[in-house]
Design a protein around this ligand. Structure first.
Ligand code: NAP
Ligand code: G4F
Length: 360
């Protein structure tokens, strides 16, 4: 039985990858950090399964990484842990560098220190943010990098140190240069999930308005469940290499919002420009989307569009398994149910409250 170690196991990708690898017969070990509140919602359904194990560790703490890697002795490591929010990286640039840059080096060194350099394959979660202020459209493995945020600069180090260890020590370490991938498990402050949750809440009368930043920003959005398969395929390739993982289709934030609100039953009409742009509910004339400067970044990446030809050709991966329309539908359906459930629970609590005679 193969053993995999996943850092960032509590995240969106970590949870899907765990399910995928358990399904492939792996013994899966995840690294978690201590928190005063429970952040294990995405992996709660896996806890207690015989082939799923959790270990405490942190990417800022070399000794914990050496300990976990030495104990598990994995065949494959998937380094998904990161401070993954681009806007937050402007507020916490040093922390972002420590985890997203030096953290990668700590993993690579821990593999060498524990004597696993010849046997352990390593996947590094690299990103389309490396292309940043893009120098070519669409972007492929040969497009020059131009990182455009503290997050992207840190991830640039992670990419190059991974390549360096491959060349210097002949280690099987690879980067997946993944374009944005979303799902019903996406963190609630990334733009897609922020939109689908707000559309569901506005449609069910639980929220008045959604505030967004740059509506014209373009992304190549895929489904996270499809992308974790590619992480695994990269480590099964005969030779270690780096791959762009994307759908090859591009949409704007505005288009995502239009489709999400439509699926929630609200047809939007856009008026105005820049900070004055508004999304109006055609049915009743109410403004439901507004632009706020709070969500603009000091430097923003606005034209990401991936060319997944190499992954299709060499890994046999299908970049269009889940279409953009399907992705939006999956996320909105999930959030419509989530909001309805929350509302039902509120009513149950109120009913209980009334029954106990606390409110007359
Ligand atoms: P995510 O949902 O934000 O998950 C990040 C994970 O990293 C969480 O499990 C988090 O743990 C963990 N983590 C953060 N700091 C850590 C630390 N100091 N030590 C140990 N663990 C730490 O991110 P994701 O969307 O799944 O993305 C996975 C990886 O792919 C990240 O490296 C991200 O930068 C990269 N990536 C993502 C995309 C995308 O579109 N999703 C695209 C390209 C690359 P807690 O739960 O404790 O916070
Ligand atoms: O959803 P986002 O925050 O994702 P971003 O910045 O592209 O980063 C994500 O994808 C990267 C891959 O390219 C990953 F490496 C990274 O870890 C993360 O998963 O923002 C997408 C776009 C940006 O241009 C942003 O300016 O949407 C724009 N946007 C407009 N309004 C907004 C908002 N972004 C957020 N988060 N919130 C808004 O209200």
């Amino acid at each position: 039985m193969k053993k995999a170690l996943i850092t960032g196991v509590t995240g969106q990708d970590g949870s899907y990858l765990s399910e995928f690898l358990i399904g492939r017969g792996y013994d899966v070990h995840g690294v978690i950090r201590r928190s005063s509140v429970d952040f294990r919602e995405r992996i709660a359904h896996l806890e207690g399964q015989p082939r799923f194990h959790l270990h405490y560790g942190d990417l800022s703490d070399t000794s914990s990484l050496v300990k976990v890697i030495g104990l598990v002795r994995p065949d494959e490591i998937y380094n998904l842990a990161a401070q993954s929010h681009v806007q937050v990286s402007f507020d916490s640039p040093e922390y972002t560098a420590d985890i997203d840059a030096t953290g990668v080096l700590r993993i690579l060194e821990a593999v060498r220190i524990t004597g696993l350099a010849d046997t352990c394959r390593i996947y590094q979660a690299s990103t389309s943010e490396l292309y940043g202020k893009v120098e070519e459209v669409p972007q492929s493995e040969t497009t020059p990098f131009h990182p455009y945020s503290p997050y992207a600069v840190a991830k640039q180090y992670g990419f190059w140190i991974t390549k360096e260890y491959r060349e210097a020590y002949h280690m099987f370490c690879c980067s997946g240069i993944l374009f944005n991938h979303e799902s019903e498990r996406r963190g609630e402050t990334f733009v897609t999930r922020k939109i689908t949750l707000a559309a569901a809440r506005i449609a069910q009368g639980k929220q008045e308005k959604l505030l967004l930043g740059n509506l014209s920003s373009l992304r190549d959005w895929g489904y996270a469940k499809d992308y974790v398969e590619c992480m695994w395929l990269i480590l099964q390739h005969e030779v270690p290499d780096d791959f762009v993982i994307a759908t090859g289709v591009q949409h704007s934030v505005r288009e995502f919002a239009t489709l999400a609100f439509r699926h929630a039953g609200i047809e939007l009409e856009w008026t105005g420009e820049g900070l004055d742009e508004k999304g109006i509910n055609k049915a009743n004339g109410k403004v439901v989307v507004e632009v706020s400067p709070d969500f603009y970044r000091p430097t923003d990446v606005v034209n990401l569009w991936g060319d997944p030809s190499k992954a299709r050709r060499e890994l046999g991966w299908n970049p269009q398994k889940t279409s953009f329309e399907e992705l939006v539908r999956i996320m909105v359906d999930h959030d419509m149910k989530k909001v309805a459930k929350e509302q039902a629970l509120e009513h149950i609590n109120l009913a209980e409250y009334l029954e106990k005679g606390v409110v007359k």
